[in-house]
Structure formats: structure tokens, C-alpha cells
Design a protein around this ligand. Structure first.
Ligand code: I3S
Length: 130
């Protein structure tokens, strides 16, 4: 077991399907584009994957591939329930990174999004302690 593995294996990990949209990148506001995303938390990094449904029909990515769309470094990030002004949807989280990226994460089932809030908060706290 390597030192870096030891350092990271205590970090909580999670994967699942949620809806997400980036609303700012490096502090620059972006137009909302909600898509469903296979989302993975590993070692303090959150990876959002492309919606396979958005791939052109007949491409390999539609049938078999899981393609990363972007990653988010949770070190120094904040996450809160989003205010009503941010979205008309229910159960929306607002994640802000140190790099000026803002992402909304949503799922109609409250327990699912509540679990994401918990593990992301834990990961941020762990990273603070390192
Ligand atoms: O914050 P906004 O601009 O009201 O967000 C809505 C729009 O992005 C809308 O897209 P168009 O303006 O391209 O039609 C989306 O379809 C909505 O889902 C967005 O609002 P919600 O409240 O769903 O986040």
C-alpha cells in the first residue's frame, strides 16, 4: 500500500445518477443546460460523465462507453442547498469550487440528493484536515 493510497483510502466514495448543470466556470456565468449525469466521488474529486442519451445515435458512446465530461476538485469547495432564485426545481444543491466553478446538482428523490450532500461535505472536511 502506497503512502498516497493510505492518504486517500479514508475518503468516502460514491457514485450514482443525478441531474446537473454548470452555471459558472472560472467565475464566468454560463447558460444553464440540465443533463443527467453518472457522477462519481473518488479521492476528493467529483467526476461528471456525459449523458449517453446525448450522444449521436449509432455511436459507440451510446452503447458502451462512459465518457467523463468534467471533474471538480473539492478541496476548498463549498456546498449548500440552493436558494429558490437559483432554480425552480426541488432538492437542488449548489457546489462552488475554489476555481470559480458553480454547479447545481438535483434529484427529485430527496434522500438521494441528501446523501450526496453528506458525502461531499465529509470529503471537503477530510481534505481540510490533510
Ligand atoms: O435560471 P433560469 O434561466 O430560469 O433556468 C432555466 C432555463 O435555463 C431553461 O432553459 P432555456 O432558457 O434555454 O429554455 C431550462 O429549461 C430550465 O430548466 C431552467 O430553470 P430551472 O428552474 O429548471 O433550473
Amino acid at each position: 500500500i502506497t503512502a498516497s493510497h493510505q492518504q486517500h483510502n479514508h475518503l468516502l466514495e460514491k457514485a450514482g445518477i443525478i441531474n446537473k448543470t454548470k452555471i459558472a466556470d472560472h467565475g464566468k456565468k454560463m447558460r444553464k443546460n440540465w443533463t443527467q449525469s453518472w457522477t462519481v466521488l473518488h479521492g476528493g474529486i467529483l467526476t461528471f460523465h456525459k449523458d449517453p442519451k446525448s450522444a449521436p445515435s449509432g455511436t459507440a458512446s451510446k452503447t458502451s462507453q462512459i465518457v467523463p465530461e468534467y471533474t471538480v476538485d473539492l478541496r476548498g469547495a463549498t456546498i449548500v442547498w440552493a436558494s429558490k432564485e437559483k432554480s425552480s426545481k426541488k432538492n437542488v444543491l449548489e457546489l462552488k469550487t475554489r476555481q470559480g466553478c458553480e454547479i447545481l446538482m438535483q434529484y427529485d428523490t430527496e434522500s438521494i440528493i441528501g446523501d450526496w450532500l453528506k458525502v461531499i461535505l465529509d470529503a471537503i472536511t477530510q481534505l481540510d484536515r490533510e
